[in-house]
Write a protein that binds this ligand. Structure first.
Ligand code: 5GP
Length: 127
């Protein structure tokens, strides 16, 4: 199954500057910005600048430079938002949704960094 990338997705438009965003951090290969519909006091999206659809697509095909940059940027977001245990924060959750079962709305790889309150259990279970 191909990782077909749709360059009209909303995060591609943000990366091209066609839609504004509230930037938290920008590096060579990564952009972090505020989620437009925050689900917690801190809700930052971290995206690679490259055309990757999902976590596994990025993890398999991105260059080492892109992966290192992305991971370090995520760490910096956790530090900047004071969620990191390394700055005496109270912790956080990182989520990446993929495809239909993962209920992914935007088909450009992103991590949700959520925190600032207790986030409850990890996954809803069916009734
Ligand atoms: P997904 O369901 O794909 O994992 O999450 C997509 C996220 O993107 C959602 O949390 C949604 O609120 C956020 N989002 C959708 N459109 C925009 C937008 O135009 N700007 C920003 N900053 N976030 C967006």
């Amino acid at each position: 199954m191909a990782h077909t990338y749709d360059d009209q997705n909303i995060f591609a438009k943000i990366l091209r500057g066609e839609i504004p965003n509230s930037t938290v951090l920008e590096t060579d290969h990564t952009l972090a910005f505020q989620d437009i519909n925050p689900l917690a006091p801190v809700h930052v999206l971290v995206i690679p600048k490259g055309a990757y659809v999902s976590h596994d697509h990025f993890a398999a095909e991105a260059s080492e430079a892109e992966i290192i940059d992305f991971m370090r940027a995520t760490a910096e977001v956790c530090r900047m938002t004071e969620l990191s245990l390394g700055v005496d924060g109270d912790g956080y959750r990182v989520i990446s949704n993929c495809g239909a079962d993962g209920v992914q709305d935007v088909p450009h790889y992103h991590l949700h960094v959520l925190g600032g309150r207790n986030l409850g259990r990890m996954v809803n279970t069916p009734d």
